[in-house]
Every structure is written in structure tokens, then in C-alpha cells.
Design a binder for this molecule. Structure first.
Ligand SMILES: [Zn+2]
Length: 265
């Protein structure tokens, strides 16, 4: 998707300056990112125009139950993807991080950004170099044991027999991507809660932050008097709670923000 993004108006520059001030003054800044950031890297969204589910139909809402009922079949489908999954895999394989991902890494390296919580499963934050990363809906390139929560790269796993088993505990392995009806892995959820409790400022980029459980984190920060900075081309459900709203694609605004933070350090 291409955003037409003209030269910035003076009030927009003013909001960017205020946002940079906010980041520099805050004690503990975290970020929450969502599909909007991935779309800028060429990954199709699930819903809305061009969305995978819009085109191919909504997936079953009981994905996790289906997996548990027949993990062998789920793995057969997974290893020979069709329809929306095939399209998603192709997009994931060719996608590269955009300047928005890279700006978050630079903010982390400056010591400003303490943690990134993402709802995206596309591995782009990792590829860009984020090290303090919590992937609340999992990571599509990883495989997780549903028993001991250990995570593995695909190459580490033997697929000769399906479902594959955990090398550590022999538990059944599943894609790390959180399925419909599947609880968020406890380690990630606990990490997100800890980070949200410590944060007094959150960058909310490319997400309307309405999907539970990610939605609770910005709201809890706001309720404790922290500042939310929205980076999104569109107004969203979270806008009303944000101290500042930067209107435009994250891939353009986050680098602008980074530059202004740098000049204040
Ligand atoms: Zn295990």
C-alpha cells in the first residue's frame, strides 16, 4: 500500500517535536506495534481491503481446538499451505523490515525504547534487530512446544513423523503463531504485563490497539497517567486516549521522530 505523504505542515512538525520531548523526558518508554507496520513492508492485512480473510473468508474461530483434536492434520496443512496461508507465507518470505522497524531498533540502541510489544507474527522486528521484543501473537517462523513452551527454529525440528515432538520434553509442537482460541503463551503475557507496569510512555504504531489482550496495555499506561503517542495514518479507537497523534505511515514518521530524539540527547 502506498501512502501519499506530502511535505509536513508546521503543526505536524510541532507535534513531532512534542512527541520527541515526551520520549526524552519519559523514564521508561515501550512500543506496541500492529498490522499497519507490516502492511508498509508488503504483508497483506487480515481484514479490510486486500485483506487475506476478506478475500479467502474468515478462518475458523476454533483453530486451537482443531489443532488439539488433530495435530497431524494441522501439520500436514501447515507444511503444504493453500489459500490464505500460502499467500501469507509467500508474503512473509519476501518481506523486509521498513524504516519504521529500523527506527524502533535505533531508539532501542539509544537507550530510549526499553521494549517492543508486537501483535505481528512476521519476524520483521527481529530481522530489523530489535532485541527486547515480545511477540504477543507469536512468531510465524518459530515452532513452540505446547507443553514446555520451548521455541525452536524450523531447521532444528524433525518432521519425519507428524506431529513433530519437542526434543526436550516430547510434547507436541505447534507453530508459535497463536491460533484462534489459544491462550497467549504465559511467558509472553507476563513479560508484556511487567513492561506495561513499568512504562510511563508508549508509542502505539500501526495498530488501533483494540484486540485483547494487547489492548489492555496502552489503556493501563494511560490510566496510570502515562503518555500514549499514536503513529498511524488513520484515526483509531485508541486516538481518544493518546496525548499526541502523529498522522502518517510509521515508516516515515518514526525516522522523523528518531531524528528529533537524537538532536535532544
Ligand atoms: Zn517441550
Amino acid at each position: 500500500m502506498t501512502f501519499v505523504f506530502g511535505p509536513m505542515e508546521s503543526w505536524e512538525l510541532e507535534v513531532l517535536d512534542q512527541a520527541a520531548e515526551c520520549l526524552v523526558r519519559a523514564r521508561y518508554v515501550i512500543a506496541l506495534t500492529g498490522a499497519g507496520l507490516s502492511v508498509e513492508s508488503g504483508i497483506p492485512p487480515f481484514r479490510g481491503p486486500g485483506g487475506l480473510w476478506t478475500k479467502h473468508g474468515e478462518p475458523p474461530m476454533d483453530g486451537y481446538e482443531r489443532f488439539l483434536r488433530d495435530p497431524k492434520k494441522a501439520w500436514e496443512d501447515r507444511l503444504n499451505p493453500a489459500g490464505p496461508m500460502r499467500e501469507l507465507w509467500e508474503a512473509l518470505n519476501s518481506a523486509r523490515p521498513n524504516p519504521g522497524h529500523e527506527a524502533l531498533v535505533a531508539l532501542e540502541e539509544l537507550g530510549i525504547l526499553k521494549c517492543t510489544i508486537t501483535q505481528n507474527v512476521d519476524n520483521l522486528h527481529r530481522t530489523a534487530g530489535s532485541t527486547r521484543l515480545l511477540e504477543i501473537h507469536g512468531n510465524a517462523t518459530l515452532i513452540r512446544c505446547i507443553n514446555c513452551v520451548a521455541r525452536y527454529e524450523r531447521e532444528e525440528i524433525d518432521f519425519a513423523e507428524l506431529p513433530p515432538r519437542c526434543p526436550r520434553c516430547r510434547g507436541i509442537l505447534k507453530s508459535d503463531t497463536v491460533s484462534f482460541g489459544e491462550p497467549i503463551p504465559s511467558d509472553v503475557l507476563a513479560g508484556c504485563s511487567d513492561e506495561a507496569e513499568r512504562a510511563d510512555c508508549m508509542i502505539v504504531a500501526g495498530t488501533s490497539a483494540t484486540v485483547y489482550p494487547a489492548a489492555q496495555f496502552p489503556i493501563s499506561i494511560h490510566e496510570r497517567g502515562g503518555d500514549l503517542l499514536e503513529v498511524n495514518p488513520y484515526e483509531s479507537e485508541i486516538t481518544a486516549f493518546c496525548r499526541l497523534a502523529l498522522r502518517g505511515p510509521a515508516g516515515e514518521l518514526l525516522p522523523e521522530l528518531l531524528e528529533r530524539v537524537r538532536s535532544r540527547l
